[in-house]
Ligand binder design. Structure first.
Ligand code: AMP
Ligand code: ZN
Length: 483
């Protein structure tokens, strides 16, 4: 660990509802599991907030010198439409609605998700663990806990939540709110009991089904994460992440399985971390309500994906964040300001190998303190602003300091170009080089004091949705209206 990254790392543990100092199970290492997407549809940008958060955590851990192993799973079987034990499998439902096979749907949306991951500068995990490739291991796991912790019903094998200590401690709502969200299944001993194995009803076949000691069927959703996290990270590992909704059902159920498997009170991961939701007043975060907010939609409207990443980093991951186009454009403007400042430095210097300037190192230490304080990215960004504003320092050193901070933030500050951030919706009727050509003609007309001709060009462009931004301090020069 370098000197300026030695601030003690504290992370908020949802289990204890307290910030806790990070003490890895294996000294020098950090093992992290992130609940990944259910690939029956595109991810919305709220989902992507969960992965930006997990990526920032992973980047921070690596930056602070831990040897990171990060696993993200792909749920391509088992997740039911009701988040509990009733309703259809989301994959099977999407298959019957579209006429495609569940396998094709999984492949299509996994690839779409990976495209978004790349565009948001989310680093590749050590492994994408795919649920359907681990069904044998899930059956073995279920066998190991079946006798002591499960019971069989007509519809499959169920986990008896009264057989583990302190069930629902993570949710702190096992007896009220949490339970009321679970749909009743006939014969369940407790409302919180959940499916480990879902038997295919007699006379039916599912597209995704496997043989098991409890009949042909498919694994329950919660099983995959217990099995794959233990397989790749060990019986007890450091951190498990997911969105805040997982704190209520999915993660308490994983913990119950982990405890059953280890025959102890060990919850599996020592720290459980949850990002709060991205909310949208217009209801565009719901996949069931027609058009919803995808990263592609933002890109189609002309906004660079990293503006969305910055928008997320401007809020603490545990705070709810409201989506609006204004917020997104404000983040884009902030990103552009940073990129312009870096571009000016880059025009005059190469980044130094390492920043040694005392004042910049102080700022990096403050940046470290903010990041180490439960990933306080809004505060860390203000220290980055200070670095950018620091006068009378060697430009190469300054670039090196900005580059160091950007390793955690993932905003590509040293490589983005001002023109990459131009707002250019795909629906624009006019091509970019045509705009540039018109602007050159307009500049020429102005130089010749032919103002009527210059105004005519402005009006023509305006009719095509292009707004000319003369004298704009951020040098946008032009933008295409988003509305
Ligand atoms: P899913 O594909 O439904 O399993 O969700 C993928 C991830 O996104 C999970 O970690 C969810 O908890 C998380 N998530 C779902 N909705 C939102 C939202 N609106 N804001 C932030 N995270 C979310
Ligand atoms: Zn999970």
């Amino acid at each position: 660990m370098t000197e300026s990254r030695s601030a003690p790392l504290t992370l908020f543990n949802s289990l204890t509802r307290q910030p806790e100092e990070f003490r890895p199970v294996h000294p020098g290492e950090a093992r992290v599991y992130t609940c990944g997407p259910t690939v029956y549809n595109y991810q919305h940008i709220g989902n992507m907030r969960a992965y930006i958060f997990a990526d920032t955590l992973g980047r921070a851990l690596s930056w602070k010198g831990y040897d990171l192993t990060h696993i993200i799973n792909i749920t391509d079987v088992g997740h039911l439409t009701s988040d509990a034990d009733a309703g259809d499998d989301k994959m099977e439902k999407a298959a019957s609605e579209t006429g495609k096979s569940a396998w094709d749907i999984a492949k299509f949306y996994t690839e779409a998700y990976w495209r978004d991951i790349e565009r948001l500068n989310i680093r590749q995990p050590a492994k994408w663990s795919i649920a359907t490739e681990h069904v044998e291991a899930m059956i073995d796991f279920a066998k190991s806990i079946a006798d002591k912790h499960c019971y069989e019903l007509e519809s499959g094998l169920y986990f008896d939540t009264s057989t583990v200590p302190d069930y629902g401690r993570l949710a702190r709502a096992a007896t009220d709110e949490g339970e009321s969200r679970i749909d009743p299944v006939e014969g369940k001993r407790h409302t919180t009991d959940f499916a480990i194995w879902r038997k295919t009803p007699d006379g039916e076949t599912r597209q995704m089904e496997w043989d098991s000691p409890w009949g042909r069927g498919a694994p329950g959703w919660h099983l995959e994460c217990s099995v794959m996290s233990k397989m790749y990270l060990g019986e007890t590992f450091d951190i498990h992440t997911g969105g805040i909704d997982h704190r209520e059902i999915h993660h308490p159920n994983e913990i119950a399985q982990n405890q059953a498997h280890s025959c102890s009170a060990d919850t599996g991961a020592n720290i459980w971390m949850h990002n709060n939701f991205l909310v949208d007043r217009g209801g565009k975060m719901s996949k069931s309500a027609g058009e919803f907010l995808t990263l592609q939609l933002l890109v189609d409207r002309g906004v660079h994906p990293l503006a969305y990443r910055l928008m997320c980093l401007q809020a603490h991951y545990r705070s709810e964040l409201e989506f609006s186009w204004e917020n997104l454009l404000a983040a884009l403007t902030r990103l552009k300001r940073m990129v312009i400042a870096v571009e000016q430095l880059r025009a005059q210097a190469e980044p130094a190998e390492r920043c040694t300037h005392p004042r910049l190192r102080e700022m990096l230490a403050a940046f470290d303190t903010a990041i180490s304080d439960d990933l306080n990215t809004p505060k860390a960004l203000t220290h980055l602003d200070e670095m950018l504003a620091q006068k009378k320092t060697d430009r190469g050193e300054k670039l090196a300091a900005i580059g160091e901070a950007d390793v955690v933030l993932g905003l590509d500050l040293l490589t983005l170009d001002r023109s990459d951030l131009r707002v250019r919706p795909v629906s624009a009727e006019i091509a970019e080089d045509e705009i540039e050509r018109q602007l050159d003609l307009r500049a020429e007309a102005k130089a010749n004091k032919d103002f009527p001709a210059a105004d005519a060009i402005r009006n023509e462009l305006s009719e095509k949705g292009v707004e000319i931004m003369d004298g704009d301090p951020l040098r946008w020069e032009w933008r295409i209206d988003l509305s």
